[in-house]
Design a protein around this ligand. Sequence first.
Ligand SMILES: Nc1ncnc2c1ncn2[C@@H]1O[C@H](COP(=O)(O)OP(=O)(O)OP(=O)(O)O)[C@@H](O)[C@H]1O
Length: 261
Amino acid sequence: MIVFKQVSKVYPNGIEALKAINLHIEDGEFVAVIGLSGAGKSTLIRCINRMHDITRGELYVDEINVGALKGKAIRRFRRKVGMIFQSFNLVNRTTVLKNVLVAFAPDNPFWRTLTGVYTQTQKRQALEALDQVGILDKAYARVDQLSGGQQQRVALARTLAQEPDIILADEPIASLDPVTSKRVMKDFTRINQTMGITILMNIHHVEVALEYADRIIGIRAGEVVFDGKAATVDEDVLKMIYEGNVEELVSAREASQTYVG
Ligand SMILES: Nc1ncnc2c1ncn2[C@@H]1O[C@H](COP(=O)(O)OP(=O)(O)OP(=O)(O)O)[C@@H](O)[C@H]1O
């Protein structure tokens, strides 16, 4: 379970990106965070795995006080919380399999990381993770020979190989075409439903969020202005989340319309 208690985040430049946020996210939920550009969506997601430190309040993941973690404990904690980025964050000039094996680097002695030698068990787990996202046949291909969608699946496999309880996804389909986006969203759904992994995703495409997520959190100017089931999101809710910025709502909708549902 992820719990935010009165969480605020103030950046060094004085911008208050999160203002006294209170949230409870149960195990196994599929949650999409939506809102205007600059509303605080990335900040909210990135505080959960300590990519950003919170300024006030308390943040717990499975009863671990995230703000109190230090050194090795942060690395151990991050195994439980996988992260997927818009830009995939892969090493392009090497194989898919080696990119997935990176998931095990924090567990390995230094010499293994240095020499790139992994155990048979780790190789088997990496191949299983690739199989789970349907790209086992690409295991020995170089990453830069794959499409954007396939690269996002490699990133997903790398995250799955670390056996996380939670996956945080920061705009995972923002740089993908509509058809590929749909495949990647279906991967997230399958991972959520069959493996019970909690998914918290920050996403610009409103209609895609409504189609795949069970729960929507709407953020405006650092505050939660909506939190409820995707099925209950109507025009009034969207106006409230995007209030004063009709243009951006239209743009988020247009982005969704080019998506082949
Ligand atoms: N590293 C940083 N230093 C200072 N201010 C920041 C930093 N990162 C974000 N901000 C500010 O915090 C606010 C929230 O930003 P955040 O990136 O969380 O929004 P977002 O909703 O994810 O936006 P987008 O959809 O454009 O990515 C914005 O005003 C942004 O300018």
